[in-house]
Structures are given as structure tokens and as C-alpha cells.
Design a protein around this ligand. Structure first.
Ligand code: 3HC
Length: 282
């Protein structure tokens, strides 16, 4: 199976790595050569970590790297069977990419997927002449470790596309798949985002320290990390964007992004991307 990944950042890089480890030929598309090199270096590092942890042999690492190509020409994706878009959460940017992919990707059976966490698949699909082949494939961060993939069915997505997306994630990548309807938050973020932003409100109101909030959920509910550390891992800018999307769709106070989150993003405390997040906030 020939895969294209548009955007080789944290999520796209993880998806590309998973596909290459599963034996697929992968082209990672990036905006320029420097970013493409950085993506390659991150995947190489993650594969080395898998070797160190005894999850992958040196030979399998080399084979996976051999299946990955990094480039800046979107036209190189013409022969792909499945393209996964994993660029930033910007609707116009995603639509523009899907418009181009619609022209570029040759096979009428190819699937065009988006890893969006908040933009309706149906709206992205309208940028193409083949909305029946457009589907959501929502991976979780870190994609190489987290078992879940949400397959998101747009209004016009065909049964065949949903089944092909499910089979790709479950049978080829070994993920646990849930099928979600095309509304903001899908299944997981609809539950996870209010929890994380409630933790921010609790901190902002001075009810508890950030350390105690995180320690509370790690030790009292057995979560692998606390909600504030998790927001840093996801990226606080992404958190803000997803909370805004939920609020816009449902207009319920529980989805309204807390002022603290807005201030942090404005201050560049983006968590994962900047290396500075909640624990740098005074
Ligand atoms: N390749 C292969 N395996 C790897 C790996 C790599 N590069 N890096 C780590 N692993 C494996 C480890 O070997 C280990 O496996 P084991 O359990 O079999 O020993 C496992 O992954 C955990 O790795 P670590 O020991 O390095 O790390 P931690 O135990 O500290 O866990 C964590 C780190 C996985 C991030 C954990 O803290 C966690 O699960 N946090 C919650 C993450 C989460 O909730 N993510 C979802 C966010 S929501 C989202 O993404 C949606 C978006 O739309 C907002």
C-alpha cells in the first residue's frame, strides 16, 4: 500500500512512522527541505527509541527508514492509495490541500483522509470532487504509542471508504478503531477537552496548585499523566482550537476556553511545540 502523509510534525510524523513499520511505502510531504529534514530526524529518533525499548530490531528500523521518503513536491503523491493530511488546524489550509490532492491523486479508489481533531470532515470533503472518498482518521498523541484511531464518517463518505479506513487502521496498523459521527469533538475530545479545561479553571480560580491537580488525577484516578501536563503534550494552541470548535458547535459554557488558556497561548506557552507550557506559567 502506498501512503502519503501531508505534514510531518508530531502527528504526521508518528503516522508516517507507523505506516513504514507496517511495511508500507510512505512519502512525507513538508513545506520546505529544512522542515522535511527535521521530520526525518524525529522519526529516526523515535525508531531508535523503539529499538532501545526492545520493540524493534536494528534491521527493522533500517527497513522502515528505507520505506520513507521526504519531499516538498505535492505532485509526488500522485500514485498514492491513501493520503493522510496532518497539518495545523486551519480549515482554509486543509481545504486548499484537499483541492490540490483531488487534482493530483490519480486512483479513483484512493482515500483522502484528514487527522483533524475538530474541523468537520464534510466541510473538508466539499473542497474535492470525490467527497465519498474523504474520511477522518484521528490518531492520538503520541501516535506510535496510543492504541486508538477514530474513523470519522462525513455525511457523504461511502461505506467502502469507511471500511477501507477501518481496515487500514485496525488490520494494517494494529490500532483499536472506533467509528465516530462528524461532529465537533468526535468521541474522545468531546469528553477529554471539558475535563482538561475544567482543570485549568480549577487552577485559575486558585482552588488547587497545578502540581496537586496533576498529582490528583495521576494518583487518584490512575491516569498516566495529569490534565495540565496532558494539555502541554497535546499542545496548548491545539487545545484552544479544539475547545473553540466545541464551543462554536454546542454553545455550552463547559466547552468555553478558559481565559488562562488564551493567555498562555498568546504568551507562547504552547507546551510540546515551544518546550514551554503550564509548568512555566507563574
Ligand atoms: N516507539 C515505540 N514504542 C514506544 C516509543 C516509540 N518511539 N516510545 C515509547 N514507546 C512505548 C514504551 O516502550 C512503553 O511501552 P510498554 O508500556 O510496553 O513498556 C510505552 O510506549 C510508554 O512509553 P514510556 O515509558 O516512554 O512513557 P510513559 O510510560 O511515561 O508514557 C505516555 C508516556 C504514553 C505519553 C503516557 O504518559 C500517556 O499515555 N499519556 C496520556 C497520553 C494521552 O492521553 N494522549 C491523548 C491525547 S488527546 C489527542 O491526542 C487528541 C487530539 O485531537 C487533541
Amino acid at each position: 500500500m502506498k501512503i502519503g502523509v501531508v505534514g510531518g510534525g508530531q502527528m504526521g510524523g508518528g503516522i508516517a512512522e507507523l505506516c513504514a513499520k507496517a511495511g508500507m511505502d510512505v512519502i512525507v510531504h513538508e513545506v520546505n527541505q529544512d522542515v522535511a529534514e527535521a521530520s526525518k530526524a524525529r522519526i529516526d529518533k523515535s525508531l531508535s527509541k523503539a529499538v532501545e525499548r526492545g520493540k524493534l530490531s536494528e534491521q527493522d528500523k533500517a527497513a522502515a527508514l528505507g520505506r520513507l521518503t521526504f519531499g516538498t513536491d505535492l505532485g509526488a503523491l500522485a500514485d498514492r492509495d491513501l493520503v493522510v493530511e496532518a497539518v495545523i488546524e486551519n480549515e482554509e489550509l486543509k481545504k486548499d490541500l484537499f483541492r490540490q490532492l483531488d487534482d493530483i491523486v490519480e486512483s479513483p479508489d484512493a482515500i483522502l483522509a484528514s487527522n483533524t481533531s475538530s474541523i468537520p470532515i464534510t466541510r473538508i470533503a466539499t473542497a474535492t470532487s470525490r467527497p465519498e472518498s474523504v474520511v477522518g482518521l484521528h490518531f492520538f498523541n503520541p501516535a506510535v504509542v496510543m492504541p486508538l484511531v477514530e474513523v470519522v464518517r462525513g455525511v457523504l463518505t461511502s461505506d467502502a471508504t469507511v471500511e477501507a479506513a477501518r481496515s487500514f487502521a485496525a488490520d494494517q496498523l494494529g490500532k483499536t478503531v472506533v467509528v465516530a459521527k462528524d461532529r465537533a469533538g468526535f468521541i474522545v475530545n468531546m469528553l477529554l477537552v471539558p475535563y482538561i479545561i475544567d482543570a485549568m479553571r480549577m487552577y485559575e480560580e486558585g482552588y488547587a496548585s497545578k502540581e496537586d491537580i496533576d498529582a490528583g488525577m495521576v494518583n487518584g484516578a490512575n491516569y498516566p499523566m495529569g490534565p495540565l501536563a496532558l494539555s502541554d503534550l497535546i499542545g496548548n494552541d491545539t487545545m484552544l482550537f479544539v475547545a473553540e470548535a466545541l464551543f462554536e458547535e454546542f454553545r455550552e459554557a463547559r466547552y468555553a476556553p478558559p481565559p488562562l488558556l488564551k493567555r498562555m497561548v498568546e504568551a507562547g506557552l504552547l507546551g510540546r511545540k515551544s518546550g514551554r507550557g503550564f509548568y512555566e506559567y507563574g
